[in-house]
Design a protein around this ligand. Structure first.
Ligand code: SAM
Length: 441
């Protein structure tokens, strides 16, 4: 049966471009841009069968000539009517306009603002258990294509509850001073009177606060204490020094305004559990742990406390490093405020690393494997960089042993993984003692 489509359509190319006026189109001087807009104005309607999903959340299918089509809003197994939004030599982009044969995983988005174009959630049209399955498919695909791991050894995927989990949101501000979500794949803002994924205290800030004259606002709440943190842009610099106290793993953590925090304490808690399980018995009592890309120090702090381990934290953001020093003051911990690639390695039993989207890359792999850990646990928020890092770690003597997919951002296409890398039995990583304390070249 045919359904009209309501999806978040994140990364859609230009979904709203379908409505771009000719006046707007001609106001751009670039011929290339005009061509793109004209294509979007007069899309050819056609049908496609979706065969899978790709990183970013789009479905993938093929045109009759074999060309790849990325379809925002399409799910595997579905026959979809589409509107083409972008034509490239090697692929096209499209949006789903009508579902002709729906996947059993498709559901009506529970939030009315998805239908209004809110860009906060892009996968509300997918049943939550299926979201987790599709995220694992995305990881499998990246590991097969990029790292040539034919059958990744998966630990069962896990998710946080899919509602009321977010405690931080960075939003636009409309002409009335209301904090508003950006419209999916396009210019424009969507005001909301409720938010399915926001923690109730964050939802209250979003729906009741006004910031006249602001361009952007970051709202952060503590689920543990009810503290609120509001960063207005443009705004006074001193706002950035404010902090909240959050609770994760039965411990309180200072989190400053500009420092990274997971989507909320539930996400941080699940990540701690997954990383702890992946570290397993590789960290002996009284051993040495390195937590790289550590943020405010939660992963390293929890693990080192449990094992009575000595901890070294690597974090380059000044406010986050300051929070980590404050949070870990009672542990045998050293906080090194430096780029991971510049870190002077010290020997460690285990390295935990949780880099931003680009992953470890060559500098990160080189610096961290110089500590010669028996085990390196990599938390990654991008399946392609996980796969690239798998290759680099393989070259450095570390083999991917198992990987777990976590859903820390339900109703979106964000994918988190925790991967365990163990040093090769053949000793390809080199001696565990000789190089570790030497300065890196
Ligand atoms: C994804 S966050 C992880 C934070 C922490 N593990 C957590 O769970 O809250 C990545 C952190 O790495 C830091 N970072 C990014 N690039 C870095 C680099 N090249 N060297 C050191 N730290 C870096 C960021 O400031 C951020 O705090």
């Amino acid at each position: 049966m045919a359904n009209s489509v309501a999806t978040g359509r994140q990364d859609a190319g230009s979904t709203s471009g379908l409505g771009t006026s000719r006046k707007e189109a001609t106001s751009y001087q670039s011929a290339r841009y005009r061509r793109t807009v004209n294509q979007v104005e007069a899309p050819e309607l056609t049908e496609v069968t979706v065969t899978g999903v790709v990183a970013g959340g789009a479905g993938i299918g093929r045109a009759p000539d074999g060309r790849v089509i990325f379809v925002n809003g399409g799910l595997p197994g579905e026959r979809i009517r589409i509107a083409i939004t972008e034509r490239r030599r090697d692929y096209w982009r499209a949006v789903a306009t009508e579902v002709l044969d729906a996947s059993p995983d498709r559901v009506e988005p529970p939030c009315p603002y998805v239908r209004a174009g809110c860009g906060g959630c892009s996968w509300q049209h997918v049943e939550p258990a299926a979201q987790l399955r599709l995220k694992q498919d995305i990881v499998t695909d990246a590991l097969r294509r990029i790292a040539h791991v034919a059958e990744p050894a998966f630990v069962a995927a896990v998710a946080i509850p899919p509602t009321a989990y977010r405690t931080t949101a960075r939003l636009g501000v409309d002409s009335d001073g209301r904090p508003v979500y950006h419209r999916t794949g396009a210019a424009g803002l969507v005001a909301v009177d409720s938010c399915l994924v926001a923690h109730p205290q964050l939802e209250q800030l979003i729906t009741t606060k006004r910031f006249p004259g602001a361009r952007e606002v970051t709202l952060r709440v503590s689920a543990a204490t009810g503290e609120q943190l509001i960063l207005v842009e443009p705004g006074p610099r001193r706002q950035a020094h404010a902090s909240i106290t959050e609770e994760v793993a039965a411990t309180r953590w200072r989190v400053s305004a500009t420092t990274f925090f997971q989507s909320g304490p539930a996400a941080s808690e699940l990540l701690v559990q997954a990383v702890a399980s992946s570290v397993g018995d590789a960290l002996p009592d009284g051993g040495k742990l390195v937590d790289a890309y550590a943020g405010v120090g939660i992963l390293g702090g929890v693990l080192a406390t449990r094992a009575g381990a000595t901890l070294e934290i690597i974090e380059n953001h000044p406010a986050a490093a300051g929070d980590a020093r404050f949070n870990l003051a009672n542990l045998d911990a050293r906080v090194v405020q430096v780029e991971v690639g510049q870190w002077r390695a010290t020997a460690a039993d285990v390295v935990v690393a949780d880099p931003a989207r680009p992953g470890l890359g060559r500098p990160g792999v080189r610096a961290l494997t110089a500590a010669r850990p028996a085990r390196l646990v990599l938390a990654s928020c991008d399946p392609a960089s996980l796969a690239r890092d798998t290759n680099l770690l393989g070259d450095a003597g570390y083999r991917l042993a198992e990987v777990q997919v976590l859903d820390l951002f339900p109703h979106t296409a964000h994918v988190e993984t925790v991967a365990r890398f163990d040093v090769h039995d053949d000793g390809a990583a080199g001696s565990r003692s000789s190089e570790a304390d030497a300065p890196l070249r």
